[in-house]
Design a protein around this ligand. Structure first.
Ligand code: FES
Length: 183
C-alpha cells in the first residue's frame, strides 16, 4: 500500500475525526474518502481505499460499499477538469442533450475517457440539485447553469485556453431569480 495522507490531508482528517466520539471513528468514512480523493487527483485507487479502511479500522469491503454507492467517488482516473453533466428529467426537458453534444465534440465521444492531455473527462450523472437553473454541469467543485450548446462549448474552450470562467448561471441571473429579471 503506497498511499498515505500528506500533511494537509492529515489535518483535514483530524478535523473530521474530532466531530465523532472516539469509539465511532468509522462515521468519518465519507470525509476521509473525500480527503483521499482530493489528494489523489480526484479518484480513489485501491491503495486509497485500503488506507482509509486501515485508518478507520474498517473492513475493506465496508469502505468499498460506500465508495460504490455514491457517484461523488470516482473509482477510475478522471481528467483535470472532471465534467459531470446532469441528464435527469428537469435538465433533460431543458435540453441537456445539447450539453452532452458539446462534451462529445470537445472532450470525447465516449464518457469517462480521459483526454490525451489529461485535461478533461466527462460523464452523465443524476440530479445535482440545481434543477431550477437547468440544464447544468458540475466541473470539479463548481456549477455552471442555464446552459445550452454554445455556452457549454464556450466553457470547455475557455478551460482549454486558460481563460477565466464565470461560475453559476450563464445567462446572468442571480441564484434562481426569474429569467426575465436576469441582467
Ligand atoms: S435535474 Fe439536473 S440538477 Fe436536478
Amino acid at each position: 500500500m503506497s498511499f498515505a495522507f500528506n500533511e494537509k490531508s492529515n489535518e483535514l482528517a483530524n478535523n473530521a475525526l474530532a466531530k465523532y466520539p472516539n469509539d465511532r471513528k468509522q462515521s468519518a468514512v465519507m470525509p476521509f474518502l473525500d480527503i483521499a480523493q482530493r489528494q489523489n487527483d480526484n479518484w480513489l485507487s485501491q491503495d486509497c481505499i485500503e488506507y482509509v479502511a486501515n485508518q478507520l479500522e474498517m473492513p475493506f469491503i465496508k469502505v468499498w460499499e460506500v465508495v460504490t454507492f455514491y457517484t461523488m467517488y470516482n473509482t477510475q482516473p478522471v481528467g483535470k477538469n472532471f465534467v459531470q453533466v446532469c441528464t435527469t428529467t428537469p435538465c433533460w426537458l431543458r435540453g441537456s442533450e445539447h450539453v452532452v453534444r458539446a462534451c462529445k465534440e470537445i472532450i470525447s465521444e465516449n464518457p469517462k475517457n480521459v483526454s490525451a492531455d489529461n485535461l478533461f473527462s466527462w460523464m452523465e450523472v443524476e440530479c445535482l440539485g440545481a434543477c431550477v437553473n437547468a440544464p447544468m454541469i458540475q466541473i470539479n467543485d463548481d456549477f455552471y447553469e442555464d446552459l445550452n450548446y454554445e455556452t457549454t462549448k464556450n466553457i470547455l474552450l475557455s478551460l482549454i485556453d486558460g481563460k477565466p470562467l464565470q461560475v453559476g448561471s450563464q445567462i446572468g441571473r442571480q441564484g434562481s431569480k426569474g429569467v426575465s429579471d436576469a441582467k
